[in-house]
Write a protein that binds this ligand. Structure first.
Ligand SMILES: [Zn+2]
Ligand SMILES: [Zn+2]
Length: 448
């Protein structure tokens, strides 16, 4: 394909993205107003399928019910040429959070999930996944209408439960990939995965990590078992509580046992006991999360946690066990992929900054896709701030809402950011399928 043809394809994408912007904003507001928690995204999935039908994507190209409420749809490029055998995977997560929204938007959520385990919970799209859904739908429309000029296939992945399924349920990217495999959707393996996360930063700003971008994560459950007894006669039973106290305080020693250059956190945020003021309970559960930039450090931490739990419980006559689950690998953008994608980022961002960022301790299970298929995860700014001359962030005006982090009740996204996300998905897809964007590296599963 000549550079001239490519340039006209880019123009066509940008014009189409501008033309459908009102629809994308409307889709975003709808999804935002009716958020659903992880593994409960049935209405969101139905809304996505309705929009895909409206766009004109054939029913036979749409698969629903993946990992619960996941949706996958294919757009088949019809032009012949380099990249015709390729498939680019574009991923959006679709779930919301148990947060009471206080964004001040007139399309703010008033939804409550009464049946969710541990609930009832107010629900909000406090991580911006509503914008992810709308941006990917927008890109679907743009790419579908341009399919005659595009080589290869585009796989749209709308993934549930990124924020983690409720305890005791399976879900998220890992299960989604398993289900996609079982249904034959990965028979032609994607040659690149791409996703976007919206967040604090100027509208149109694109951020990226070179190498590790997001931490590895897991959930830890510690169970300490003693023997229940009347509170007045503790010697007749075994109190698990002193062992729990020792475990909570000693786990802090792990920070002194692992090289200070490693970045990790161990947070035990939830303790559940079965006692009462006059009953020494039988068992205590401690729940927490481990984050680290590498899976090796997570494994090292796990051994240390297990050792403390076993021996500190035994020291008090109790038994202690540890379980680790919801393990998510770090998001790793291979440097080769970053080098390959930077021209696309620059083109989409235009006058807005494209900035390399340090690794963050938050996780994102998009890592399952990138570890497997190669590719990149982008961070897109969507708030009313700008980069000052000295590189610091400042408000765009006196009364602007400034920087608000994801998961805050006040988290917000300016609709002006959506068109950048639509264009980013579409430019990345086209660049990869037309042979302009590729890295000669496999997925980074070694790091996963
Ligand atoms: Zn989140
Ligand atoms: Zn998120």
């Amino acid at each position: 394909m000549s550079q001239h043809d490519l340039a006209s394809l880019y123009d066509a994408i940008d014009n189409a993205a501008r033309d459908i912007n009102d629809s994308v904003v409307e889709w975003r507001h709808h999804v935002h107003q009716y958020p659903e928690l992880s593994n409960r995204e049935s209405e969101t999935a139905a809304y996505i399928v309705e929009r895909l039908n409206e766009i004109g994507i054939d029913e036979r190209e749409i698969t629903t019910g993946l990992a619960g409420h996941g949706v996958v749809a294919f757009i088949r490029g019809r032009a012949e040429g380099e990249g015709s055998a390729r498939t680019v995977l574009l991923r959006a997560d679709i779930d919301a959070l148990p947060v009471k929204e206080n964004s001040g938007e007139d399309f703010a959520s008033e939804q409550v999930d009464s049946d969710y385990p541990g609930g009832p919970f107010p629900i909000a799209h406090a991580c911006g996944h509503d914008t992810h859904v709308a941006m990917l739908l927008g890109a679907a429309k743009v790419l579908f209408d341009l399919r005659d000029a595009i080589h290869g296939d585009i796989m749209l992945v709308f993934q549930p439960a990124e924020e983690g399924p409720p305890l005791g349920e399976d879900g998220g990217a890992d299960l989604m990939i398993q289900d996609m495999e079982e249904q034959g959707l990965l028979d032609a393996a994607p040659s690149m995965a791409f996703g976007i996360h919206i967040g604090p930063g100027p509208v149109g700003f694109i951020g990226y990590g070179r190498g590790i971008q997001n931490a590895a994560s897991e959930t830890v459950k510690i169970t300490v078992t003693g023997e229940q007894v009347h509170g007045s006669t503790p010697w007749q039973g075994i109190d698990p509580m002193p062992a729990v106290g020792d475990i909570l305080s000693n786990i802090g020693q792990i920070y002194r046992q692992i090289d200070v250059k490693e970045r990790f956190t161990v947070s035990l945020g939830h303790v559940v006991d079965q006692g009462r003021f006059n009953i020494v309970g039988n068992q205590v559960e401690i729940w927490g999360t481990v984050r680290s930039l590498t899976t090796e450090v997570v494994e090292d931490i796990n051994e240390r946690i297990a050792r403390y739990v076993e021996h500190l419980a035994a020291a008090h006559g109790c038994t202690g066990t540890v379980e680790f689950f919801d393990q998510v690998p770090p998001v790793v953008n291979a440097p080769e992929w970053i080098d390959a994608i930077l021209p696309t980022y620059e083109r989409v961002a235009g006058d807005n900054p494209v900035v390399q960022l340090p690794a963050a301790m938050g996780y994102d299970d998009v890592s399952e896709f990138i570890a497997r298929f190669g590719g990149v995860y982008a961070l897109l700014g969507g708030q009313d701030v700008r980069l000052g001359a000295d590189g610091t962030i400042e408000k765009t005006s006196e009364d602007s809402r400034g920087l608000v982090p994801n998961h805050s009740p006040k988290f917000y996204v300016n609709d002006d950011a959506l068109v950048y996300g639509v264009r980013l998905h579409a430019h990345v897809a086209v660049d990869h399928l037309m042979g302009e964007l590729n890295a000669e590296v496999e997925g980074t599963e070694d790091n996963a």
